[in-house]
Write a protein that binds this ligand. Structure first.
Ligand code: SF4
Ligand code: FES
Length: 379
């Protein structure tokens, strides 16, 4: 039995089968609609349209079920979650039942009045994405003219209202050389946390990999800048630094390990262990319309498939890091090796690692192709 399974049982319930420990957090992808078109969006290529989205009552019920399951945090995300008119209602309900609420937003649709309503509803924290410190390039990457200025205005109101703020800065070859400015910008906006997150290559990021991949020299410089800024801004701003897997020696524990800490609910109610799990052939996902969340967490075929360590091949199976990184990312293993059950090729022990590094080196040194912007495909 892996660490993902708990053997803590109530006294006198010796017959009760041990289930997985409860998840820490749930991500509500309220909608795939979004005014921005970032080419590294983690949403799937086939986006869900508005008519397929869950209604308010169902989202409310899922909040209750998440709370009963032991979830502590709810992240309202998308697409852009503020396209939903019921966002305040959902935040209020989550706050009422004691969940920590975080809004992950592009920020361009929220005016001051709406932000005040969200704060009154009980919003604890806001995570604002920025594309660059340079307004013109930020608007180009996001595919939305005037977006950067709107984000700056929102960050000002967040500070005035007194909400906790994280700035999320996805990094890639088109903005990495301004990392120092981006850090200064986040600090000047009063962010308590900055996520310097090199783009991860799944969803739209995988489609745009050649357009986004930095060189190793860019990455090494960025790592030095983050380390220096971390020391300089200690006690002022916390840094989360996510390196691009393609240049790593060991993979990250994607989602904290498959079905260990997090679950995502898509706009139509599919419950997923990560953003990109739908790309894995043969996995069957449950829907909150059909089963309670606790049952899905404990019994969903898709969750059980890569939970823990039993599924692991060598070299993971006998590796001392198997309960640290949980074998890395299943979706990346699939994308690169064609097998979701393979060792993540970000790991230097994977037989596919050298090919992954060669791919990154080659793509980062060719002229960047134009972005394939995130858009709904014509039906
Ligand atoms: Fe992680 Fe597997 Fe690599 Fe070990 S062999 S470091 S468990 S990915
Ligand atoms: Fe699916 Fe990493 S994105 S496991």
């Amino acid at each position: 039995m892996s660490e993902a399974m708990t053997d803590a049982r109530p006294q006198g319930a010796a017959e009760m089968p041990a289930g997985p420990a409860p998840p820490l957090a749930i991500l509500f992808e309220l909608s795939h609609r979004c005014p921005l078109q970032c080419p590294y969006c983690s949403n799937p290529l086939a986006l869900e349209r508005a008519h397929g989205e869950l209604d308010t009552a169902t989202w409310m019920r899922v909040l209750d079920e998440a709370n009963e399951l032991g979830v502590l945090q709810v992240h309202f995300s998308g697409g852009e979650p503020s396209v939903r008119k019921d966002l305040e209602e959902l935040v209020a309900h989550a706050a009422r039942i004691g969940l920590y609420t975080n809004l992950i937003t592009s920020g361009v649709l929220i005016d001051r009045a709406r932000l005040e309503r969200l704060a009154e509803a009980g919003l604890d924290h806001l995570q604002l994405s920025i594309q660059d410190s340079d307004p013109a390039n930020a608007d180009r990457v996001g595919g939305y003219k005037g977006g950067h200025a709107k984000k700056m205005a929102l960050a000002g109101w967040v500070r005035e209202i007194g909400l906790a703020l994280t700035i999320n800065a996805p990094m890639h070859r088109h903005n990495l050389d301004r990392l120092e400015d981006i850090i200064e910008l986040a600090a000047s906006l009063g962010a308590g946390r900055l996520e310097v997150a090199h783009v991860q290559y799944y969803g739209w990021g995988l489609k745009n990999r050649a357009a986004l991949m930095p060189t190793r020299a860019q990455l090494d410089r960025a790592t030095g800048i983050v380390e220096a800024a971390r020391a300089r801004l200690k006690g002022v701003m916390v840094f989360d630094y996510v390196v691009p897997d393609y240049y790593a020696r060991r993979p990250k524990a994607c989602m904290g390990g498959w079905a260990r800490q997090f679950l995502n609910v898509t706009p139509s109610g599919q419950v997923m262990p990560c953003h990109a799990a739908e790309t894995i052939p043969g996995l069957r996902f449950d829907n909150v319309k059909d089963r309670p969340l606790s049952e899905i967490w404990a019994q969903s075929e898709a969750f059980a498939r890569f939970r823990g360590t039993d599924w692991m091949p060598e070299p993971c199976q006998s590796c001392e890091r198997r309960e640290i990184d949980w074998g890395g990312c299943r979706c990346q293993a699939l994308a690169i090796t064609g097998d979701a059950a393979a060792t993540d090729p970000a790991c230097a022990l994977s037989p596919h690692h050298e090919a992954l590094v060669a791919l990154a080196e080659a793509e980062s040194h060719t002229q960047a192709p134009p972005f394939a912007y995130r858009r709904f495909t014509a039906e």
